[in-house]
Structure formats: C-alpha cells, structure tokens
Write a protein that binds this ligand. Structure first.
Ligand code: NAD
Length: 462
C-alpha cells in the first residue's frame, strides 16, 4: 500500500508544479505575441507530420484502427485545422471594431480577444488523437498555456501524444499529463482558467462541479443518442450507404455516429436489406477479415455491447469474438425503448432500426429523448427538412448525410442540453479559448454634461 500512496502524492505534486509553472509562464506575456503562437503551432504541425506513421501504428495497436481512418478522421483532420488557424490567426486575433452608440458620443468601441490563461484539456479514447490535439490548437492559437490529459484507455496513442508534446514544448507552456481517473481528479482540483472536456455526460457533470469550485468556464463535448430519420421520399440507397459508413466507421465508436434509425414503416424492410448489402460491399462476407474494420477498445465496452445483442432481433451481423474484441456490423430490429440498447448511448457497431408512421410521430419520438449531439435527416422534401430543423433541437447534423458536418471547420461543433455546452472548430475554437473583452475608447475633446448630477428637470429630455 505504502508505495502506491507515495507515487500518488508524487503525481499530485507534479500536477501542482506544472500548473504553477504555467501560471508564471503565462504571466510573462510571451503567449500574447502572435509570432510566438504561430511559431508554436508550426512546430506542432511539423512534429505531427514527422510522427504520422507512429500515430497510425499507435492507434492500430490500441484498437486496430485502419490507417486510412486514422488519417481521414484524426491526423488529416488536425492538419486541416492547423492550416486554417495558421492562415487566419492574424485576422482573428485583431481587435474588432463594433458599431458605436450615440449615447457614448464621441467614442469608438472594440472587442479585444484575450487568452484566458492556463487551460485544461481532457480527452476521451474514441478519436484519441484529434479530440485532444484539436482543442489544444484552439487553446494555443488564442494564446493560452495548456495542460492536456489524453485517455488512459488508448495508452499507445497517449504515449505518442506525450512524446510529441514533451519533445517540442517546455512543460511551463504545454504539458501532457497521462493517467486515469485519479490523475483527472488531481487536475480538476487545480485552479484553471478554462476547462475543455470531451467525454461522457456523467463525467461531464463531475467536471462542471469541479469547475464551479473556482468559477472556471467550461466547454463540455458530450455524447447521447443521435438519430437518423429516413423519410418516405428519401433516396434509400444513398441513405443506407451514408448511414452504414457513419455507423460502422471506427466500429461505431464515434460520438456523432447515427445511434439508431427511425425509418418510415413502408420502406423499413427495403432499407434494412440495403444496409445489409452495404455492409457486404464495405467489409466483405466476413468483416472480421476486413482490414478496414476496427475493434472494440476494451473488455468492458465489449461486454456492454455484446449484451445489447440480446435486445430485439438480430437482422444481420451479431457475430462476436472475445479474444480480439470483434463485434460484427450488426442491424437490430424489433427493439423497444425499454431495452438497454435504446436507453444508453450505444457507442459501438450495433444499429437498431425502428419505424414510424408519420413525420410528426418521428419528431415526437426524438423530442421525448434528451437533446442529441447530432441528427441526420434523409429526405428530398424541402418542407420536411424545414419541419425537422424547426421542431427538433440538436447539437448539429446533416441533411442527407451522416457525420460530415464536423468536417467543415466553418461550422461550430458541439452539443446542446445533455449532449454538451459550447462549440469549437476553426474560428469557433479561437473564440472559445479567448475572452472577448469589450472596451469603449471615449473621446476627450468634448464632455457632454447630460449624465452628470444635478439632474434637475432633464428626465423629459431622455
Ligand atoms: P469518459 O467520460 O469515461 O472519459 C473521458 C475522460 O475523462 C478520460 O480522459 C478519463 O480519464 C476522464 N475521466 C473518466 N472518469 C472520470 C472521473 N470520474 N473524474 C474525472 N475524470 C474522469 O468518456 P470516454 O469513455 O473516454 O468517451 C466516450 C464518451 O465521450 C461518449 O459518451 C461519447 O459520446 C463522448 N464523446 C463526445 C464527443 C464530442 O465531441 N461531443 C467526442 C467523442 C466522445
């Protein structure tokens, strides 16, 4: 017992020391310099390019993530974000002039984006690289120091992230602290100036409580059950293809994966058959043999997912292999909202298909659940698109596609309600990690006396 306690307190001390060092470094004002920020971002860009293969290997070792997916959804994604931010930082960081109000005449008003100070970024395991590096880029671009904590579940990727950070940045500016729940708790006990958390809704609540202790602003990127609604007029073949891709990418371990499908009753059978065909096309007759299909990240998630296979009726897939944590791409039907698969976020390669009889009914079903992180509507009718967009609240989403909204950095990405607070990507990231300081510059050549007492009988003048 003794050594464990000793090592925990050493870790605690290390965390406290890093935060102290970062406070000093921030106070030195170096991060306020745009040239310093750009140089740091370029160093990160260079390091990522140099480590590309090592990052792919780490993610393959963690959960057999295919290299193509590692590039498209992690490294390439981060590279695009870096390029966008490097190209635009000088514009975004400038004070922004806003319209003046006559009451302040003569004056000019500006918004000055300023860094908060020392930021904490806590990341999950499912996109272990980009969900840590992307917020870090935003924090650095805005001029913050940052402590990042990668997920302990994807240990190989966490080690590579720490190596890149250690080799390129002084801990007093950017530091990676690896570890699990207790490390996270030590970090959350510190006073940070901003906390950016991506993970489950349950842990999001813990993070927000800890942040409240110091009144630290938070962004919470959480999860939930994201529906895909298929209207009667949808291009069914395309819908099946785009949903199959979005669902089984990363073996379903994607926060914005279509969690379940709501399809108009009369096209349900045809839709299920089309999804079966797409699974065959994408992953071959035995997806276990496919080099393009990832595995479940650990035993506890594997067991949880395997238990869902007892819910409803397996229409396709359903095969599992404990040793490799393989779960075949699976379609379920005849599930009810009482089944665990419909009560919890699935976060794996199991797609329940439910039916509805009118769009109003589908909207009602979705609105009875917590507000989802994403929603996908497949329809060719402008009127149906408008009805869903007007009547359902969700973090973000697509019409006639899945997942692709998060690829456009000009769209803010985040949840609403239980699926999250705040949004980032591109300029939204820069703004998120910047306090927007509003300042009036009053002219001194005249000082209208109207506001000064004694007021006498000025009220009718206003
Ligand atoms: P998680 O909440 O279990 O863990 C996230 C991070 O929090 C990890 O770094 C972990 O070490 C830490 N943590 C875990 N328990 C903690 C505790 N009790 N106190 C303090 N810190 C703790 O989430 P996960 O399993 O890594 O990721 C899956 C979840 O993340 C899903 O719900 C998914 O929808 C969500 N997610 C959301 C987004 C998004 O962008 N909105 C993206 C990816 C994943």
């Amino acid at each position: 017992m003794q050594p464990i306690q000793a090592s925990l307190s050493t870790e605690q001390q290390r965390v406290e020391q890093i935060v102290q060092q970062q406070r000093h470094f921030f106070a030195s004002g170096q991060t306020l310099d745009l040239a310093f920020r750009k140089e740091s971002l370029k160093r990160l860009q260079q390091a990522i390019r140099q480590h590309e293969q090592v990052i792919f290997d780490a993610m393959y070792a963690d959960f057999k993530k295919p290299a193509f997916e590692s590039f498209a959804t992690e490294v390439g994604f981060v590279e695009l974000e870096l390029k966008l931010i490097l190209d635009n930082l000088h514009k975004w960081a400038k004070p922004r002039k806003v319209k003046e109000t006559l009451i302040n005449f003569p004056a000019r008003s500006y918004i000055y984006p300023e860094p908060y100070g020392v930021a904490l970024v806590i990341a999950p395991w499912n996109y272990p690289f980009q969900l840590l590096i992307n917020p870090l880029i935003g924090a650095m671009a805005a001029g913050n120091c940052a402590v990042v904590k990668p997920s302990e579940i994807t240990a190989n990727t966490s080690a590579v992230i720490s190596k890149i950070i250690r080799e390129n940045f002084d801990e007093a500016y950017i530091a990676s602290v690896e570890g699990g729940v207790s490390t996270s708790q030590y970090l959350l006990a510190q006073r940070f100036d901003y906390i950016f958390f991506t993970g489950s809704t349950k842990v999001g609540q813990i993070v927000m409580k800890a942040a409240a202790e110091h009144l630290t602003p938070v962004t919470l990127e959480l999860g939930g059950k994201s529906p895909a609604i298929i209207a009667v007029d949808a291009d069914l073949e395309l819908a099946a293809r785009r949903i199959t891709w979005g669902k089984f990418l990363n073996a379903g371990q994607t926060c914005v994966a279509p969690d379940y499908v709501l399809v108009r009753e009369q096209v349900k059978e045809e839709f299920i058959q089309l999804v079966e065909q797409c699974i065959q096309e994408f992953y071959g007759p035995d997806p276990a043999e496919s080099p393009d299909y990832a595995r479940i990240v650990n035993d506890s998630h594997f067991n949880r997912l395997q238990s869902y296979l007892r819910n409803g009726n397996v229409r396709t897939g359903g095969k599992t292999e404990v040793a490799t944590r393989y779960i075949a791409p699976t379609v379920l039907d005849q599930v009810s909202w009482e089944h665990p698969v419909m009560q919890e976020e699935i976060f794996g390669p199991i797609l329940p298909v439910l039916s509805y009889n009118s769009l109003d009914e589908a909207i009602k079903i979705v609105n009875q659940q917590e507000k989802p992180l994403a929603l996908y509507l497949f329809s060719s009718s402008e009127q149906r698109k408008e009805r869903v967009l007007k009547n359902v609240s969700f973090g973000g989403g697509c019409i006639n596609d899945s997942i692709s909204h998060l690829i456009n950095p000009n769209l803010p990405f985040g949840g609403v309600g239980q699926s999250g607070i705040g949004s980032y990507h591109g300029k939204s990231s820069f703004n998120l990690f910047s306090h927007q300081k509003g300042v009036v510059h009053r002219g001194t050549w005249v000082d209208l006396p109207l506001r000064y007492p004694p007021y006498k009988d000025r009220l009718p003048l206003l």
